[in-house]
Design a binder for this molecule. Structure first.
Ligand code: KG4
Ligand code: ZN
Length: 337
């Protein structure tokens, strides 16, 4: 019988194969991340079939390494947690199948984890959670404002109606010749330029908490193409700064209004785009000035992108709430809260 609460957590929803061992939902004993970025770069984005193949090739090695690094054996484990959605169906299935196999072979409970809940729980490595809580989730596939009334009780207040913020970064990055994923480079350039283009801020002032980034993306791409046709070279740093300012303005404005309407104890900033320094600086400043009584929890930059540790932290909470999956657990690519 295990005396420590050790969760083995699998994450394969997109282009990272990651397996972690997490103790008590808050201590990372190992967090192995095998990225596939080099394989997807030349296609300018994630190719689902290539992603699945990579997961198959990497998962056994990641599993061995996660256990070895954590200095534990299967006998020490309490449960197995796995992301079963949202994400790419073929990619999710590799993690789900591997997690089921381990759980079945070693008679361990299987815990189903929502990938977006995982992103939120990356914040758990920074601070204890208190509720009610709000999360601004910004990733390559999602942009959501989530109200968390109490532990494990999620409600989406608003979400993107078209592109996710990260997706927009990757698409405009491609136009500037930046390899996938483009977010980090655009962020760096943005700090070296100025908002001279004043791109649209879609839905910034409307009453909903929804977002839209495809108009911004089109405005950006049209600006670059028009200049190219006229033989004019635009300053990449200014383009990046203008794009980023537009994204950050809308995210910050909507978050601010949601916090006015739904007072909470904590705001969690998480997801791949939460690694953006411009966004972190802006939200930090806004919170100090406008919501000083709400504690800001920013996921550590290293844990903003997809990783198994966040799944282990979310899995720990789900485990305590008696959430269990059977051996017929399937991937759910469109899973919502
Ligand atoms: O959460 P994540 O790892 O995967 C999904 O669940 O989608 O997010 C990946 C996204 C990519 O679109 C990437 O360009 C973006 O996060 N990203 C950034 C930064 N670092 C990663 N976007 C803006 N600024 C960054 N520093
Ligand atoms: Zn993600």
């Amino acid at each position: 019988m295990a005396t420590r609460n050790l969760i083995l957590a699998f994450e394969t929803s997109c282009d990272e194969t990651s397996i972690a061992v997490v103790e008590d939902g808050k201590t990372i004993l190992s967090n192995i991340v095998a990225t596939q970025i080099d394989s997807h770069k030349r296609f300018g984005g994630v190719v689902p079939e290539v992603a699945s193949r990579h997961h198959i090739e990497q998962i056994t090695r990641c599993l061995d390494e996660a256990l070895t690094t954590a200095e534990v054996t299967y006998d020490d484990l309490t449960a197995v947690a796995v992301t079963y959605g949202p994400g790419l169906v073929g990619a999710l299935l590799i993690g789900v199948t591997a997690a089921k196999t381990v759980a079945f072979a070693h008679h361990l409970p299987l815990i189903p984890v929502n990938h977006m809940a995982g992103h939120i729980y990356a914040g758990r490595f920074v601070s204890e959670f208190e509720f009610p809580q709000m999360a601004l989730l910004v990733s390559g596939g999602h942009t959501e404002l989530v109200y968390i009334k109490s532990e494990n009780e999620f409600e989406i207040l608003g979400e993107t109606r078209d592109d996710a913020a990260g997706e927009a970064y990757d698409k405009i990055g491609r136009v500037l010749g930046v390899n996938y994923p483009a977010g980090k480079t655009i962020d760096t350039w943005a700090h070296e330029g100025n908002d001279t283009f004043e791109f649209p801020r879609a839905m910034e002032k409307d009453a909903s908490y929804d977002f839209s980034f495809s108009g911004l993306k089109s405005a950006f791409i049209n600006t670059v193409h028009n200049a190219e046709q006229r033989g004019v070279e635009l300053n990449k740093q200014d383009l990046a700064a203008s794009f980023q300012q537009s994204v950050v303005d809308v995210l910050a404005e909507k978050t601010d209004r949601a916090l006015d309407r739904y007072p909470v104890k904590q705001l969690v900033l998480a997801g791949g785009v939460a690694a953006n320094l411009g966004l972190r600086e802006r939200i930090e400043r806004d919170m100090q000035e406008r919501h000083p009584d709400t504690k800001l929890i920013m996921a550590p930059i290293k844990l903003c992108g997809d990783n198994g540790a966040m799944v282990g932290a979310a899995g720990y909470v789900a485990y305590q709430h008696q959430q269990r999956a059977e051996m017929n657990l399937n991937a759910d690519p469109g899973l919502s809260f």
